[in-house]
Ligand binder design. Structure first.
Ligand SMILES: Nc1nc2c(c(=O)[nH]1)N[C@H]1C(S)=C(S)[C@@H](COP(=O)(O)OP(=O)(O)OC[C@H]3O[C@@H](n4cnc5c(=O)[nH]c(N)nc54)[C@H](O)[C@@H]3O)O[C@H]1N2
Ligand SMILES: Nc1nc2c(c(=O)[nH]1)N[C@H]1C(S)=C(S)[C@@H](COP(=O)(O)OP(=O)(O)OC[C@H]3O[C@@H](n4cnc5c(=O)[nH]c(N)nc54)[C@H](O)[C@@H]3O)O[C@H]1N2
Ligand code: SF4
Ligand SMILES: [Mo]
Length: 752
């Protein structure tokens, strides 16, 4: 049996949602989950707070988990001393306890079995048996093919533990959708320009900005906590917000300027803005002179890229382009050109991000108050262990020379290396997967399925019966973040800081934390020296002590900040500053790109247009859900049960569509959604595009709430525009049309 999970939908509601989220999580809601305490509202004084940091998304907000006298988790609230949360959680973080209370959770290890008739099913297994099976397969792969042939797909803290195990074993053949299907182009572009990554949380100085430019970033629906809070602060302080989005996003509704750009043409707008700054002579001359390289080449390059030129491409009027450029120049250097995060759109994404980085530099909006600050993270001392063995090959070698500026593994390369017919020099034979639901986060399902069917073995560590667990030979049920010790959070911020995650309750069912699972496998492989502790709390206590604190102290405070060691948050007036690029300067003209044969200055090239009767599929987030991982969470499900497809009234009238009517979607390659989706008729979307929230349309019946709710954008993404520079998977070049009758009536269900 293949257990597969699909994706549930959320609707984008915007700012009001935070309040709604908190309201829905009041004690009444909790009591519904805890019948024995239904009449006993607990006051904070009666409860014990345990520190954690949130794992509902990757902003990692520090929080307190309140546990009542019966040992029940009652609520999660933000830790006031935390720069990621500033004492407030987003609706998803508040609803995080739904992950713990979900009775659909994976409860015990499972092993795939085949019946005499060839059909398959999962059998419950003991931990010993499941761990032996994984360890034995790892030994076998190592002997037969070398440890490098064991690949890893990962995300988040669970993935980090798997990565440690794999490196100790000898493999660095890993990839995560959070790179090549997310922020990869941004990393490549900002590194080429500034010699630095933007990092996470992004080093955007939003709270002090005078002008923020959002190019597709939909903050407010993209609920990364402190960014949303700082954006509200900036709005209160009368900062100008300029939002470029084919859809009237929540952010657009808070903006002075909404530029409803024709999708896929942002690079032309960016080049025209650069043209205006240079040819109206309103760029930051001091900054450019002191810190940048290649200005004259840039000036010549954008000479003809006028607002009039861009108007024909973007549909944004020349006056608007000029006025918005002047707004930026007037506010400079306190301007945030938000670098975005999910940046894999049309295949030329690194170049679009380069144009954003160049615009930033022309405004002098780097290392200045209200622009991008210079972040700092605590350097965690390494718990004593031998050096990791050096693998003979790794993710770096899979593309065989393609995508030279990739800084992490590329998911589709790992898939292709798993399929013999692609004849990769290095072949992947088995997978470990943790904290990533590949069937819902990777486009091109056919490729995924072929790869999953090609490898000899798949072990999946997850908390829920998601689509990806359905492909496993061994399922390892992980405890949720509320039930485990974990890595110390040491992510960058304005002030370096650390945060503790500790268990607030015992793991439910037979689930176990990732540190324990990986240690058990490691011990079976003779890798004790890499797992030299009985409990992970020993490791973090050791690390905390080296930093001058302790586990004991951290249990009381949750978050601790340290003085900055790297210097001030901003570059001082007249200060010399060396950038980590070939020229030591900010490279307006990229010498790396020139050396590698890529355009050293970004160029706009047109992208394919929708065929007749088809519309471009664009997608994004809803404030109360994270990807596909929260769609079965009762609290968040309660706020949004399914997604809808946003359709412009002009299109609706052409197709005679009604609000809430259910339709199936079909894309340019004939792919059809497994489930129907409700139509939402709205002026908030351009007529040439439709919009869906990502994360719905789950196909695993074991997800009792999420199953069959809404449709999956992933199913409609069969065409990928590859970024030649870093291997990103541009996913917005897919076009859909509407089917009003059930096309699946006579079709066998094809799950995940
Ligand atoms: N079509 C489309 N595709 C996309 C996107 C999109 O918007 N549209 N977004 C892209 C982006 S930006 C990203 S970052 C990626 C993210 O893609 P993923 O990495 O796949 O997403 P996650 O939500 O992090 O991972 C979900 C899995 O983690 C499991 N999980 C949750 N908590 C835990 C835990 O504590 N332990 C373990 N072991 N497992 C856990 C969930 O049950 C689920 O199976 O997807 C990308 N793919
Ligand atoms: N609530 C919530 N918040 C999240 C997440 C979540 O799952 N849930 N995930 C987090 C993660 S990992 C990421 S990467 C971020 C992603 O969030 P962001 O980086 O902010 O956004 P994107 O997904 O790139 O873009 C979505 C927006 O782009 C617009 N858009 C589509 N096509 C175009 C175009 O051609 N040009 C322009 N200018 N705009 C276009 C869409 O209408 C939509 O408003 O969100 C993070 N925050
Ligand atoms: S932004 Fe929300 S979901 Fe993400 S870590 Fe913070 S509270 Fe959790
Ligand atoms: Mo992402």
């Amino acid at each position: 049996m293949k257990t597969r999970r699909e994706f549930i939908k959320i609707s984008s509601v915007g700012a009001g949602v935070a309040a709604l989220g908190l309201h829905a999580l009041d004690l009444k809601g909790l009591n519904w989950l805890n019948p024995d305490s239904s009449n006993e509202p607990a006051s904070d004084e009666d409860m014990t707070p345990y520190p954690t940091y949130c794992e509902v998304c990757f902003w990692k907000c520090a929080a307190w988990v309140y546990v009542d006298k019966k040992g029940k988790i009652r609520k999660i609230i933000g830790n006031k001393n935390d720069p990621h949360s500033q004492g407030r959680m987003c609706p998803r973080g508040t609803g995080g306890l739904g992950m713990y209370y979900d009775n659909d959770r994976l409860k015990t290890p499972l092993i795939r079995e085949t019946r005499p008739d060839g059909s398959q099913y999962f059998r419950k297994a003991s931990w010993n048996e499941a761990l032996d099976k994984v360890a034995n397969k790892m030994k076998e792969v190592k002997e037969k093919y070398g440890p490098e042939a064991f690949g890893l797909f990962n995300h988040g803290t669970p993935g980090g533990h798997l990565e440690h195990l794999m490196r100790a074993y000898g493999s660095e053949t890993n990839a995560e959708p959070a790179y090549a299907n997310c922020r990869g182009p941004r990393s490549a572009a900002y590194y080429a320009t500034f010699g630095a990554f933007i990092g996470s949380p992004e080093c955007t100085d939003i709270r002090d900005t005078r002008c923020m430019v959002l190019i597709g970033s939909h903050i407010g629906e993209n609920m990364h906590n402190s960014q949303v809070q700082e954006m509200s602060e900036a709005i209160d302080n009368n900062a100008t917000i300029i939002t470029v989005d084919p859809r009237f996003s929540t952010a657009a509704s808070k903006s002075q300027y909404w530029l409803p750009i024709k999708p896929s043409t942002d690079l032309a707008l960016l080049l025209a803005w650069i043209h205006v700054l240079i040819y109206e002579d309103i760029y930051n001359k001091d900054f450019v002179k002191k810190y940048t390289f290649g200005f004259e080449q840039l000036k010549a390059h954008v000479k003809d890229m006028t607002p009039e030129w861009a108007y024909g491409i973007t549909t944004i009027e020349p006056d608007i382009i000029r006025n918005t450029a002047r707004e930026m120049a007037g506010a400079a250097p306190a301007v945030v050109i938000h670098p975005g995060r999910h940046t894999v759109w049309y295949g030329d994404d690194t170049q679009r991000e380069r144009a954003m980085a160049i615009l930033t530099a022309l405004l002098g909006a780097w290392g200045k108050r209200g622009s991008l600050y210079l972040p700092e993270a605590v350097h965690l001392p390494e718990y004593p262990q031998p050096e990791y063995p050096k693998p003979k090959w790794s993710w770096r070698d899979l593309p065989e020379g393609k995508f030279p500026l990739a800084t992490m593994g590329i998911t589709s390369e790992l898939l292709k290396a798993s399929i013999p017919r692609y004849k990769y020099k290095h072949q992947v034979k088995a997978w470990l997967v943790g904290g990533t639901n590949l069937p819902l986060s990777m486009p091109d399902k056919k490729l995924f399925k072929e790869a999953a069917n090609s490898v000899e073995f798949i072990a999946v560590m997850d908390t829920m019966p998601m689509e990806v667990t359905g492909y496993a030979d061994v399922v390892l049920p992980e405890a949720t973040y509320l039930e485990r010790y974990d890595f110390i959070r040491a992510a960058q911020n304005r002030v370096p800081n650390v945060a503790l995650r500790m268990p607030a309750a015992k793991p439910r069912f037979k689930s176990k934390p990732a540190w324990w699972i990986t240690k058990q496998i490691g011990e079976r492989l003779g890798l004790h020296a890499y797992f030299n502790y009985d409990d992970y709390s020993e490791v973090i206590d050791w690390q905390f002590k080296k930093l001058g604190t302790s586990l004991e102290e951290m249990k009381k405070i949750g978050v601790k900040s340290f003085p900055r060691e790297s210097g001030p948050l901003y570059i001082g007036e007249g200060e010399k500053f060396e950038f980590n690029t070939n020229t030591g300067k900010i490279e307006l003209y990229s010498t790396d790109f020139a050396d590698l044969g890529f355009d050293p200055l970004p160029n706009y090239k047109p992208h394919p247009e929708p065929p007749q009767n088809y519309y471009r599929l664009i997608y994004g987030r809803a404030p109360m859900h994270t990807f596909s991982r929260t769609s079965n969470n009762h609290f968040l499900w309660d706020l949004m049960k399914e997604n809808s497809v946003w359709v412009n009234p002009k299109v609706a009238s052409l197709w005679e569509l009604k609000n809430d009517q259910k339709v199936w979607l079909k894309n340019q390659d004939g792919a059809i959604t497994s489930f129907p989706v409700k139509v939402r008729i709205t002026e908030r979307i351009r007529w040439d595009s439709v919009y869906m929230v990502h994360g719905f349309g789950h196909s695993d019946k074991k997800l009792s709430r999420a199953y069959g709710r809404g449709a999956s954008d992933e199913e409609m993404i069969t065409k990928i525009a590859k970024d030649p520079i870093m291997g990103g998977e541009g996913m917005r070049g897919n076009f859909i049309t509407f089917l009003k009758e059930n096309p699946n009536k006579n079709r066998k269900e094809d799950k995940a």
